[in-house]
Ligand binder design. Structure first.
Ligand SMILES: Nc1nc2c(c(=O)[nH]1)N[C@H]1C(S)=C(S)[C@@H](COP(=O)(O)O)O[C@H]1N2
Ligand SMILES: [Mo]
Length: 258
């Protein structure tokens, strides 16, 4: 069952941004904040304290990156998100989807295949074992959901860049789009796909992903909000055609990252 709306629309608390009202109004007018990203979430993503006056400008600059039109110019392809220590990792992770955890339909890893399409040289589908055999990167990063909660998790899997190289993807394409077993389409920009902390993740906390968290394959990228990390991926397309996503098609900002 799909919940009517999974997130509150959060606007900054009055006061914090008093000295910056014209800019805040401008940002609100342009709809940056209407996407539901709170300043709290922004603090977590940028690592700067938005209550500290000197960093407000930086925070607002970061927020402007949520405008899809300017994202390409401002995204820093090499800037790494903060990483944490193994003791900080939440076990089990916190579940979210557009339905409850009891309604998750586990994917059968044995018959599962990753289908490929679009601007890719070798479009042969991949089995779980083939993906498992690729080199992995491990990262302990913060997961931030626009609903207003976050946790530190440890994911590993083949870097998206490595996988895209392996299949002969056209790096000049604009988007990488995903289909999932629960019909939750998603897409990201190519710069984010090539970021070193963007993985096709197969493990959490050193163990194979559990069913609710995306087994056998999910996206995990350090530079975007939780909803831009599709679980239970079944197909990947490299394309120049914008295809939005599950929440994006209902009004959430598509870029939703830094
Ligand atoms: N396939 C699929 N992926 C999804 C979702 C979903 O409903 N279906 N929800 C997203 C949201 S809103 C969040 S916050 C994260 C939650 O990931 P987690 O359960 O591993 O913490 O998954 C994202 N990926
Ligand atoms: Mo989310």
């Amino acid at each position: 069952m799909i919940r009517s709306r999974h997130r509150p629309r959060v606007l900054p608390e009055a006061g914090i941004l008093d000295n910056h009202q014209p800019l805040v109004r401008e940002i609100e007018r342009r709809g940056f904040l209407r996407g539901g990203l709170s300043l709290g979430a922004l603090t977590l993503l940028t690592g700067c304290d938005v209550a500290d006056d000197s960093s407000v400008g930086k925070a607002l600059l970061a927020m402007s990156r949520f405008n899809d039109r300017v994202q390409g110019a401002l995204f820093d392809p090499n800037k790494l998100a903060p990483t944490y220590s193994p003791v900080d990792v939440l076990r089990p992770p916190r579940f979210n989807a557009s339905y409850d955890i009891e309604d998750v339909k586990p994917v059968d890893g044995a018959s599962w295949k990753l289908e490929l399409s679009g601007l890719i040289h070798d479009k042969r589908p991949w089995t779980r074992q083939q993906i498992e055999a690729l080199p992995k990167r491990d990262m302990i990063i913060r997961h931030i959901c626009v609903e207003g909660w976050d946790y530190i998790g440890q994911w590993s899997g083949v870097p998206m860049r490595t996988f895209l190289e392996r299949i002969g993807a056209d790096f000049r394409a604009k988007y990488v789009a995903f289909k999932t077993a629960d019909n939750y389409p998603s897409s990201i920009d190519m710069a984010t796909a090539l970021h070193p902390q963007t993985l096709l993740a197969t493990t959490y906390g050193g163990e194979t992903l559990d069913d609710p968290f995306g087994y056998p394959l999910r996206l995990r990228t350090s530079t975007k909000l939780g909803f831009k990390n599709p679980k239970w991926i079944t197909a990947l397309e490299v394309t120049n055609t914008y295809s939005g996503g599950f929440w994006e098609n209902q009004g959430d900002p598509w870029f939703s990252g830094l």
